[in-house]
Structure formats: C-alpha cells, structure tokens
Design a protein around this ligand. Structure first.
Ligand code: FE2
Length: 578
C-alpha cells in the first residue's frame, strides 16, 4: 500500500512516500527547486517520491495532507466575530485555502496526468496532529506524551496529546492568537531578524546577552492553566495584516508582528544588517529565557496528564535545540524523540503515517533511526558531473578515501563531504556536510570568511562518536538529529574550541555506526590521527538550500574557497583545480 504525504501551500512544502508503513523517501521542495523554505505546491518532491518508489501516481492508494481548513472552525468563527475588522481578511484566506484544496486536480496538473485516472483516497489531517504523528509514529515507543508547538497551524499554536498504540488522543490545544512561536518571531523581528526561519540564528545570539530584560519580557507571555496567553498589547492584532504569507512564487513572507508598545518599552527596533547592540543581545537572552519557562510549564502540564518518561515532540519550536537540551533537567521526561524534520516539512510524513496507523488501523510501526531519506546518485552520475565540470579528481577505495579525507581535516583543510542519500530535515548530518577540524581556534572565522558567510555569533556544530559523548558533554541522552544543545565538559572546551559556543555549549550530533557507517568511520579515522572523536559539521551550502545533487555540490566547491571535495569515491582538490 502506497501513501503519499504532503505539506503544500505552506512554508517548507514537502512530500514523502510510505509503503506498508515504511518511509521510502522524503524531501522538501526547496532542495529540488532551490527556493529556500518554498511554500507552494511540492510538484518536484512528489515526482521524486514516485521515482524513488518506482511508481506512477495512479499506483498511489492514499494521499494525506498535513492541513485541514475545516479544523477548529468554530474557534476561527468566534475569533472573527469578536474582531469584525478582520472578517474580510479571514474570508479571503479561507477562500484561497479552499481553492487549493482539490489535491486530485493539483496533482493531475503538476504531473500532467489525467486527474480522473487517479484512484487515491484523500485525507486531510489537522496541522498539529500531523506534527505529533511525525514524531510519535517514528519513535520507538508504544506509549508517549505527544507535544507540538510552533507559530500557527490550522488556528492552533500548541497541542498536547496522549499517544498509545496507533492512537493519538488530543488533550489540549492553545488557539491563536496565543502562540509561543509568534512570541519568538516577534522579538526576532524587533531586533532585525525578520526573515522566515531567522529564529534559529537569534537562538545563537541569546547567550551573548545578560539577564537585564527578564522582568520586561516576562509579561508578554504568561502561563495560564495548562496553556499560556500573550499580552496582545505588544503584538499587532491577528488578521490586521497577513501574518505569515505565501506569495504567488512560493516565497514565505512575514509581516511585522510587534506593536508600538514594544517601541515604548525598548526604543527603536534594530534595522536589519546594522550593528547588533548589547540591548539586542539582552532582548534575545530574555526572549530565549521566557520561551524556555513557558515551554517547560507546558511540558510539566503535559506530564501531569500523561505521566510517562517518553516525550515525542515536533513543530517549528521543537527546533529550539537549547530548550530541547534542558528538557531532562526541567521536566520529569527522561527521553525525547524529536523527528529530524521537526518543522513543517515533517508534516508530510506525519500525515502519511497517521493515515496508515490511525485511519487504516495498520500496525508495523517502524522507528526512524536516521534521516537519510532523500535523493542519492550513482558513482556514474557523480563521475559524469565531475567530468562535465572539467575537474581533476582521483578515485579511492573506501579505506584510502577515509584516510585521505581524515588527513585533510587534521591538517586544517575544509572538506565538502557528499555521500549517500540526502538528509531529511533542516540539518546536514554527514551526507551533505562540510567538515573541518573542531579544535582549531580560527576555524570558525576561516569557514565564515571562505564559505559560509554567517553571522559572527552563530556557532558551528560537532558530530561526535556516540560512545564518546559522555566524555565530552555533560548529558548522555543521544542527539542523532542535532536537535539538543548540551554543556561541553570544562576539560574538553579547548579541544573543541571551534564548536564550543560562548556559553560553553555545543549543538551536537551523536553518530552511531549502524546509522551512518561511512560518516562514523570518517570520524574514527580523524580520531586515530588526532585523538579527537569529533568533527566539525556544517551544512554543504553557501546561502542557499543544502546541496542535493552532484552538480550543486561541485558548483559550491568551485565558487567558494573549499579545499577539498569528497564526493562519492572521488576526491577533487582546490589546489589542482584553481
Ligand atoms: Fe507547524
């Protein structure tokens, strides 16, 4: 049985295909059309799913969409009636969503097939149930607390659920306009980070701040019962502007969220690309601190309702790896499962798995232990791309390849590492990565100057052999998808200086051999040379979506000052390809 899951006309549009409960392939549209956070229809992703499954659209039995415009309709209507000025805006939005709802027609048009020949049954699943499904059904557990939080989805910002067997039983919802994601986004906008997806950058800025604005920021969002409420005086009213908007070309645009009250409290908002002042860092600090307080309030409330040790979590806010790393200290939960695509692209697998397990009542749950669900390319395809680009290269067998690349990393060179299937989710986890030495003091600046051009305050991340995690980090809960930040042990901070953030933390990826043997063995080869079981890992890209195919990798290598490209079994050196 083939089920296609979709996230469409929403940020990070994506598609996933599952066969008898097993995820065969999953990909965000941005990787294929090269349009970051693309929010249109995932036509290329659907075709890639079908190609990977060797199927035609007419073979697909079910299509599941992680969005349901009819969900929470009463709440939407109640809100609109209380705020008549916004009714027109709501009606326009609803009409547009209804127009985009006929999946059969949309797919038929995108794939140029006769919509009447498509036999699939269509399912629409509420946004946050799809988020929770994406975490729970991929987790190893038969029972867990389910939690989802983000900016908004189907008029809800937060959901709590009891997950057991095949069922996801929703216990609580926090409705708009109250949203912890909006709280975070609004403050990011105020300090000049107003692009969709900038929140992760500001999370890296927060530790540079001091706790001077905790009292001022506290009242903006306060716990109420099992949920929370925003003080709406600080926010532009929902519906008075378009909020998050997907433009005709699929670009996701944010409208200003903060009201004049913010300016009365903090002065002039920072203009993007101007100097970051201590005030901006202090606001970021207080924002992250308050975000965590509300998050842990919610999780503690969830634990009262679902008293167990296991937490399955998703939603854009679940990408806050700093908060994720503190769950074990601040709540009774002992284990987390956070799916690699915790943000909205993950809705595609959530919707598909929910259809299989909850709607169709099928068992056969399969834990998702790795994120390598995307595109892959044969040796012949890679070699042909190298030849087409006119690069000089050598071919290596497995062990000499690992030895050569580990040697280059140990010498302080920067390597583009392109291997196997592309990662699912926003993190490069050793298949579309740039790797470097984690213990060279200037490595962060060199990487930024030569390739990444990121803000000075953003840290780079370590990949560590899972067996050595406890020697280097103060927590030993694994972090296979780079979604937890932990303190680095004092005696190891110098050794990992290029990945040690200003607050002595690292957003680590724990690497187990069974999940990615080649990447594991690369880090082992580096360890043999240097004694360090850690490698610096950042995504293989330069201000663009992460590279997907060999041509994009070669192009990134050629236009940046990367020293080495290790692509499949081939190695190209910049020194020979100047
Ligand atoms: Fe979401």
């Amino acid at each position: 049985m083939l089920i296609l899951g979709l996230n469409m006309f929403h940020a990070d549009a994506s598609a996933a295909i599952i066969q008898d409960g097993k995820i065969l392939f999953a990909i965000a549209e941005e990787r294929l059309n090269r349009h970051k956070h693309y929010g249109g229809f995932p036509a290329l992703a659907i075709q890639a799913c079908l190609d990977a499954a060797c199927a035609k659209m007419s073979d697909v039995d079910h299509v599941a969409v992680g969005q349901d415009t009819d969900a929470n309709l009463t709440k939407k209507v109640q809100y609109a009636l209380k705020n008549p000025a916004k009714i027109l805006n709501f009606m326009k939005l609803r009409q547009r969503k209804q127009e985009m709802r006929d999946v059969r027609v949309l797919i038929g048009r995108a794939l140029e097939v006769d919509a009447a020949s498509l036999k699939f049954q269509e399912h629409h699943l509420e946004h946050h149930i799809a988020h929770i499904a994406s975490a729970y059904y991929c987790s190893p557990w038969e029972k867990a607390a389910g939690f989802s939080y983000d900016g908004s989805g189907d008029f809800v910002s937060t959901m709590m659920a009891r997950c057991e067997g095949n069922e996801i039983d929703v216990l609580e919802r926090v409705y708009l306009p109250h949203s912890l994601g909006s709280f975070y986004t609004m403050l990011c906008e105020f300090i000049g980070y107003s692009k969709y997806g900038d929140e992760g950058k500001v999370m890296g800025l927060a530790p540079y701040g001091k706790p001077v604005y905790l009292e001022q920021i506290g009242p903006l969002v306060r716990p109420v019962g099992a949920g929370f409420e925003l003080d709406l005086d600080y926010f532009k009213p929902l519906g008075s502007n378009a909020g998050m908007q997907v433009m005709e070309d699929g670009t996701v645009k944010l409208a200003r969220h903060f009201s004049r009250r913010m300016e009365e409290l903090f002065g002039t908002p920072r203009v993007a690309h101007t100097e970051i002042t201590q005030r901006d860092m202090d606001i970021a600090f207080a924002m992250q601190n308050r975000f965590e307080e509300i998050c842990f309030h919610l999780l503690n409330q969830l634990h009262v309702r679902v008293p167990c040790e296991d937490l399955a979590m998703a939603g854009g806010c679940a990408l806050n790896s700093v908060a994720n790393g503190k769950v074990f200290d601040r709540t009774p939960f002992h284990r987390t499962y956070i799916q690699p695509a915790a943000g909205d692209e993950g809705l595609a697998i959530g919707a598909a798995l929910h259809t299989y397990h909850a709607v169709l009542g099928q068992g056969n749950r399969q834990e998702l232990k790795h994120s390598y669900l995307g595109s892959e390319f044969s040796e012949a395809q890679i070699e042909s791309a190298l030849k087409a680009a006119g690069l000089k290269y050598r071919r290596y067998e497995r062990e000499p390849l690992l030895d050569a690349v580990a040697g280059q990393v140990a010498e302080g060179n920067i390597i583009g590492w392109f291997q196997g299937r592309m990662e699912w989710g926003p993190r490069a986890l050793g298949n579309r990565s740039i790797v470097a030495h984690p213990g060279l003091p200037n490595m962060k600046d060199v990487l930024n100057a030569r390739i990444k051009h990121r803000e000075w305050f953003r840290p780079f991340a370590p990949s560590i052999l899972v067996e050595h995690q406890h020697e280097y980090f103060e927590r030993d809960h694994p972090s296979p998808f780079m979604l937890h930040v932990y303190k680095i042990r004092p005696e190891k901070r110098q050794e990992l200086c290029a990945v040690n953030h200003v607050d002595n933390t690292g957003r680590l990826q724990t690497v187990a051999r069974e999940e990615n043997p080649l990447y594991y063995d690369l880090i082992r080869a580096f360890q043999r040379r240097t004694g360090i079981p850690v490698i610096l890992n950042t995504s293989f890209n330069e201000n663009e979506p992460i590279v997907c195919n060999p041509e994009e990798a070669i192009d990134c290598f050629s236009r940046t000052r990367m020293d080495v490209l290790a692509i499949g079994p081939f190695v190209a050196l910049k020194s020979e390809n100047g």
